[in-house]
Design a protein around this ligand. Structure first.
Ligand code: SAM
Length: 475
């Protein structure tokens, strides 16, 4: 007879990891005379500085992974699973708070907060319903209930603040995200389109007509929104112009979730020869290639996207980097990346957050079009999440950068909650467009089928929202 395994040792091991990680964070902050920002204080870039250095981020990962695993180990299963089933309401509540500008209203109210009656009056919604929604969020540490029915911003809720005056937002809500970091724009997309799409994911996978589909218009998105258009085509319909604007600004928002200029790291921009052309394929407004062009004067940029998006790109560069526009260092091209690539033999083709939108069938077409236009020295730079298995993957790889350091036991091999972002985005991409986040071997196979050889991988630390960088060269 085997002795039943005690879970007490697992609990103790997890608590020891938590203890060790907190000690490391305290030491890191003390060595720089920094104060770790309290959760109740509004978010500022300065206060976040203590959180953004590797000697805090890495133990922070251990805390997130261990705390989540501890909760899963200790709480009764019925409660954990029921709360998982109800978690869509947390998403829906977040959407309401963003849509009725609660964080902006509370910024203007100050640290003492505001009674929910006054918050609700400004946007003419039910105070009692808003209070219940805000209380659910406050229970999840987003907003603080400082007195019964009185709410104030805290660190998480102030992150949703666009910084705009409430009067200006109420006068022209369509301009709410203009000129902002774009963070609440991306969250509004996720909590609006994303939430509705998630509601149809299971039906779409179980439906024999769509289960095996690789088409971008046979998805949960299509069931949710009752359209036969792909999401990219649908959002260009005139009636969806505000959604297109929100999505475009939101894509720039992803830039603000990582340390500034991270695009410049882990790729040898410096040694590209003078006049080298970077083609930002499906570049949106070209916010990342702009960072490269600004930092490396010897590079020129071509931003390509669908026609309606390219007009936003032109405006963005004219406002952010007019010197480059005047000097002719940037060109804007309406181009469909499923058709032959007009720029031949550039130094770099960049695909940032593109391949994950598409199934293999369509990703291959994009990659083959780029390969047909590549010269012998063209590099392909793909920026996307790379996913790991949730268990140890013993297969060996000979690509530089793919060695993996396992987190300490008993944490999951992929860092569990600390590395969860790619898995959520993967399923979101599936629901939106039959897209997919890929493992490194999956990328390698796909590249080879299109005539590219994966030569280098740079994993992004999971403590950031940064994606991995994969470099490929023509075979
Ligand atoms: C997820 S966004 C990424 C944008 C940008 N690369 C970035 O990192 O922010 C995907 C982009 O692909 C563009 N796109 C979709 N279908 C396209 C097509 N057939 N040809 C060119 N661009 C396309 C979209 O308009 C959108 O700007």
């Amino acid at each position: 007879m085997t002795t039943p395994k005690s879970s007490a040792s697992e609990l103790r091991a997890l608590v020891d990891l938590l203890n060790g990680a907190v000690t490391q964070i305290e030491a890191a902050c003390a060595s720089r005379s920094q104060i770790f920002p309290p959760s109740d204080d509004p978010f500022t870039l300065e206060s976040e500085a203590a959180r953004m250095s590797p000697d805090v981020l890495l133990p922070g990962n251990i805390i997130v992974a261990a705390a989540q695993q501890l909760i899963a180990a200790v709480r009764i299963p019925a409660l954990t699973l029921t709360l998982t089933g109800l978690s869509a309401y947390r998403t829906a509540s977040l959407r309401l708070a963003i849509s009725v500008h609660v964080s902006e209203i509370l910024r203007e109210a100050g640290p003492q907060g505001l009674h929910v009656n006054e918050i609700a009056t400004k946007t003419k919604i039910s105070p009692s319903k808003l209070a219940r929604v805000l209380r659910l969020l406050a229970t999840n540490h987003i907003y603080k209930e400082v007195a019964p029915d009185v709410f104030a911003n805290n660190r998480l809720s102030s992150f949703l603040d666009t910084g705009k005056p409430v009067a200006a937002i109420l006068e022209a809500p369509e301009n709410k995200f203009d000129g902002t970091s774009g963070i609440s724009a991306v969250l509004e997309h996720l909590t609006d389109e994303g939430l509705k799409v998630s509601g149809y994911l299971a039906e779409t996978i179980m439906d024999p007509h769509t289960s095996l589909s690789e088409e971008a218009n046979e998805t949960a998105f299509n069931k949710a929104f009752g359209t036969t258009l792909s999401g990219f085509a649908w959002v260009e319909l005139p009636e969806n112009h505000l959604r297109l604007k929100r999505f475009t600004i939101g894509m720039k928002g992803t830039q603000n979730m990582v340390p500034p200029g991270i695009i410049l790291e882990n790729f040898d921009w410096k040694n590209l020869s003078k006049g080298s052309v970077l083609v930002d394929v499906g570049g949106g407004i070209g916010h990342e290639s702009l960072v490269v062009a600004r930092a490396h004067e010897h590079t020129n940029v071509v931003v390509q996207d669908r026609g309606p998006v390219i007009s936003h790109a032109t405006k963005y560069w004219e406002s952010q980097f007019p010197e480059a526009v005047k000097a002719g260092r940037v060109k804007f091209q309406a181009h469909d990346f499923f058709t032959p690539q007009p720029v031949k033999e550039p130094a770099v083709f960049m695909l940032r957050h593109i391949l994950h939108d598409w199934s293999d069938k369509y990703a291959l077409i994009i990659l083959k079009q780029l390969r047909a236009a590549a010269g012998p020295h063209t590099q392909l730079l793909v920026i996307d999440y790379t996913v790991q298995y949730a268990c140890v993957d013993a297969s060996t790889r000979d690509i530089p950068g793919t060695e993996i350091q396992l987190p300490p036991a008993p944490l999951l091999a992929n860092q569990g909650a600390a590395g969860a972002m790619p898995y959520y985005v993967d399923v979101h991409m599936m629901g939106m467009a039959n897209g997919i986040e890929r493992t490194v071997p999956h990328f390698q196979k796909l590249f080879e089928q299109a005539g590219w050889r994966l030569s280098q991988v740079f994993y992004a630390p999971s403590s950031l929202l940064e994606n991995s960088k994969l470099v490929a060269v023509p075979i």
